[in-house]
Design a protein around this ligand. Structure first.
Ligand code: HEC
Ligand code: HEC
Length: 375
């Protein structure tokens, strides 16, 4: 008898031990062979269950205090998770000073937002729209309990326990699930990728090839700041840890009143408090750039053609309006934005090249769209 119970206990212990070791299947990144995988924080490993939960929360108006907005209000899939407004508007109607960033390969971004060198994890970043008060976006501050209770009902408890078996429903797990969904938004299947990485020589047009050669030329210097497979210098992944500060002043402004960028948004200098960071912003990825208009941190350039004119001119001179002044003469402008000659043909070729970075699979993938039932 005794020996049997001993064996029984031993077996039970073995089962428990094995159960603990049994890891959920490893998350499958939708990444072609050859591309590096993003780095993921050790305390929030990727799983399908978290991504599914994060997607549901991303599309759910329950996340704003007055149930009028979700993340998807400002980050819409058809626009590569940017939006067509110049600058965003929060749940109370308050204006944001910046243009909503596209959520494209955010998993590879070393730093988050247009101009901050201290926000380095998506978990950290998503707290800003949730709790930020200047401006108010989702407006959860002072409504924490009301908002959290909405996630303790309906399908949510089951989804949370699948995603976070040992944790309770909290803003920590909500931010971890949202970050996992954002990390899953990978776009590496554009015609350019078929051409450049899969050896399909006819995947892009002759015009696009000419545009590509201009883009990567020393004359235009685009690749200097928008380089690498993600078309941004602000990339880090399993094989590359970034050490430079990928923020630049592109000469958008040199206002007569401040002799710099408009005081409502001076870029990196606001957080670093270093004078020479005035007007420095992160060079964003150019993947899916065709669909994310308007452009720049304040949405102040309307079309891609105008962005090209802006670089060809070596910055922007504003003759009227609030911010009169010649950005081309901004002493803090990057030496890589020095202007170049661009024929109409060059411009069309560059536009054709930029259009090869549009990844239709990404823009229409139902896995990234709203879940069928959002309560
Ligand atoms: C009111 C509109 C609005 C809402 C709602 C909103 N965002 Fe944003 N989002 C923005 C703007 C504007 C930026 C750029 C902020 C900056 O640079 O300061 C941004 C930036 C981001 C970034 C940084 C991307 C990068 O490449 O650095 C992420 C990630 C993000 N948002 C995710 C979310 C998630 C997740 C939610 C829901 C919890 C959300 N956003 C809700 C407007 C919004
Ligand atoms: C010195 C670095 C640098 C160079 C060179 C450069 N860019 Fe940029 N680019 C940036 C930065 C920084 C921003 C964001 C500026 C801002 O919002 O104030 C940007 C923004 C853009 C945008 C808008 C992105 C968006 O999401 O709104 C496009 C398009 C673009 N660049 C294309 C190009 C092209 C094409 C070239 C070559 C002709 C080029 N860039 C050269 C740094 C650079």
């Amino acid at each position: 008898m005794k020996i049997y119970s001993l064996i029984l206990i031993a077996c039970l212990l073995l089962i428990i031990a094995c159960g603990k070791d049994a890891k959920p299947p490893e998350y499958q990144w939708p990444i072609m062979a050859g591309f590096p995988k993003p780095q993921v924080p050790a305390d929030n490993p990727m799983s399908e269950a978290k991504v599914m939960l994060g997607r549901k929360i991303f599309y759910d108006n329950a996340l704003s205090f007055n149930q009028t907005q979700s993340c998807a209000s400002c980050h819409q899939q058809a626009f590569a998770f940017a939006e067509s407004r110049h600058t965003s508007t929060g749940a109370t109607g308050q204006a944001h000073r910046r243009n909503a960033l596209a959520l494209v390969n955010v998993a590879y971004n070393k730093t988050l937002t247009w101009a901050h060198d201290g926000i380095t994890s998506i978990e950290q970043q998503v707290l800003i729209p949730m709790f930020g008060e200047a401006p108010i976006e989702l407006g959860i501050t002072q409504h924490e309990e009301t908002v959290l209770n909405r996630f303790k009902q309906g399908d949510y408890p089951a989804l949370f326990s699948a995603a976070f078996p040992d944790e309770s429903i909290s803003f920590v797990t909500i931010s971890q699930a949202l970050a996992s969904f954002v990390r899953s938004l990978i776009s590496l299947d554009a015609p350019f990728d078929q051409y450049a990485y899969q050896g399909e020589d006819t995947a892009i047009s002759e015009a696009a090839i000419r545009g590509m050669n201009l883009f990567f030329s020393e004359k235009l210097e685009c690749h200097h700041c928008h380089g690498g497979f993600n078309f941004t210098q602000s990339t880090s992944h399993e094989r590359q840890i970034l050490d430079r500060r990928p923020f630049h002043n592109t000469g958008l402004y040199f206002t007569d009143s401040t002799k710099g960028y408009p005081s409502k948004d001076i870029g990196l200098a606001e957080v670093s408090e270093i004078m020479r960071d005035n007007g420095r912003f992160r060079a964003p990825t150019l993947r899916n750039i065709e669909v994310t208009a308007p452009y720049m941190h304040d949405g102040s350039i309307t079309t891609l053609g105008e962005v090209l004119d802006f670089y060809a001119a070596g910055g922007r001179s504003l003759m009227q309006g609030e911010f009169v002044g010649d950005g081309r003469k901004n002493p803090l402008k990057s030496p890589f934005v020095r202007g170049f000659e661009m024929t109409e043909q060059d411009k069309q070729d560059l536009l054709a090249f930029l259009a090869t970075l549009t990844d239709q699979t990404f823009l229409t993938n139902p896995k990234f769209g709203p879940p069928e039932q959002v309560k």
